[in-house]
Design a protein around this ligand. Structure first.
Ligand code: GUN
Ligand code: FE
Length: 423
């Protein structure tokens, strides 16, 4: 276990509305855990190894609450369709390629390398239906040093024959095999149950997955209320449910006694919000994806006001890029258009709120993660904005804002996840 001190300009979210900046402060890590932020290094920590990052910024690592590793290979392509056509035309044919271990090896290496270089330290990742490729992805993410949940996807209906699992029994068998193969094997890479969405899983599969979830005591991730056609389809498929979220709830896959992430929630109504609040469901807000495949814009300020748990996500490859800084700026921009054009009762997001969502908001899914609170797990990203030349003096907060809008992976100088330095 690592103990060390980092020095620099330390920025963190205190709450939804407050981004705190502490210039030339010391961030202390004792046995992989944060031991606080100090203006003067306390005597008891003076013997620890110290890295002085000078004029650079130090922020908590970011959590990408929802993205698809196999879709990384077609990011930036095919953005002119809505969800269901996009899945059939681009997504399913690409995901079918992960049947081939060599292809998975190549594609997942690229994915893990890019994610490692990004400002993301934690992520909740969809794989595909394929067990060997999913296990390969988990090994690659473990080697990267990132902390992740990874899900082998379940899909046994309304999916092309070349990708779908042939039956409920096969889907459950594959899932059990994956859970048994990976149980206790990896330190930073954990399984998460991943029914793709209601349209791709039969009722009996969803019930059996809920049993499996309880048996292995793992969390759940899926998609919810992303697109109008999808929502109408779910109404037909599960006519007894009061809404889409209630359909998951009916099958025992909507939080309550387990951790649960639902991606999108663009069109969730008040009743669905109430079910999410009652069950502690996390919302993975994916603004770029919601724009690219024309789903809409989720009312994030309203969700936060309602007391819902919200994090930010790239949803690669609905989103074209793995950068959480980009996700932050997209979230702000989308919220402003929504406010201006659709509904002035839902306030647009500020930079401070977007930073909160990317750090504390999503980090909470992993426990005490996403800020430099004493006792919390320590993820930190060191930012260098030397290349973003500016003619005027800037505050540290302004520098952070510029990095979010103008920067890329070249601005990531160093990175720590769960107390370990990745580079
Ligand atoms: N709904 C079901 N599958 C998917 C997917 O791969 N991406 C997105 N954005 N939504 C989905
Ligand atoms: Fe998704």
């Amino acid at each position: 276990m690592a103990s060390f001190v980092l020095k620099g300009h330390i920025c963190q979210s205190l709450d939804r509305n407050h981004l705190q900046v502490r210039e030339n402060h010391y961030l202390v890590c004792v046995e992989d855990r944060c031991a606080g932020v100090y203006p003067i290094l306390p005597a008891k920590y003076r013997s620890l190894p110290m890295t002085d990052f000078g004029d650079r910024l130090i922020i908590p690592g970011m959590t990408d609450l929802h993205l698809h590793a196999p879709q990384f290979s077609f990011r930036g392509l095919g953005m002119d369709m809505e969800l269901l056509d996009w899945l059939n035309t681009h997504t399913f044919p690409e995901e079918a390629k992960y049947q081939d271990r060599d292809y998975a090896e190549k594609a997942y290496s690229q994915f893990a390398n890019h994610l490692r270089r990004s400002e993301t330290t934690r992520a909740c990742v969809f794989a595909t239906v394929h067990v060997p490729a999913t296990e390969l992805l988990m090994e690659k993410l473990e080697q990267s040093g990132l902390v992740t949940y990874v899900g082998k996807v379940n899909m046994n209906r309304n999916s092309p024959l070349y990708l779908a699992e042939p039956s409920t029994v096969a889907s459950v068998r594959n899932t059990r095999q994956w859970l048994e193969d990976t149980a206790g094997k990896l330190t930073h890479t954990k399984p998460i149950l991943t029914p793709r969405f209601i349209p791709s899983c039969t009722d009996d599969l969803l019930y059996r997955l809920a049993d499996l979830r309880a048996e292995f005591d793992i969390p759940v991730q899926s998609h919810l209320s992303e697109n109008y056609s999808e929502i109408a389809w779910v109404k037909e498929l599960v006519p007894t449910a009061r809404n889409y979220g209630d359909a998951y709830r009916k099958f025992g896959l909507f939080g309550g006694d387990h951790k649960c992430i639902m991606a999108h929630c663009v069109h969730s109504d008040t009743l669905e919000m109430e079910y999410m609040r009652q069950n502690g469901v996390f919302i993975a807000h994916s603004p770029e994806s919601n724009m690219n495949i024309a789903s809409g814009v989720a009312p994030i300020s309203k969700f936060l006001d309602y007391g819902l748990k919200v994090g930010l996500a790239t949803d690669v490859a609905g989103g074209s890029h793995e950068s959480m800084f980009r996700a932050m700026t997209h979230a702000i921009q989308a919220s402003k258009l929504r406010w201006r054009l659709l509904d002035q009762s839902v306030a647009p997001l500020t930079f401070d709120t977007a930073f909160y969502l990317a750090t504390r908001g999503g980090g909470a899914f992993f426990g005490d993660v996403g800020a430099f609170e004493p006792g919390w797990e320590l993820d930190a990203v060191v930012l260098d904005d030397e290349n973003l030349d500016h003619p005027q003096p800037l505050t540290v907060k302004e520098r952070l804002e510029r990095i979010a809008y103008l920067g890329d992976e070249r601005n990531i100088h160093a990175k720590f996840a769960d107390g370990a330095r990745l580079f």
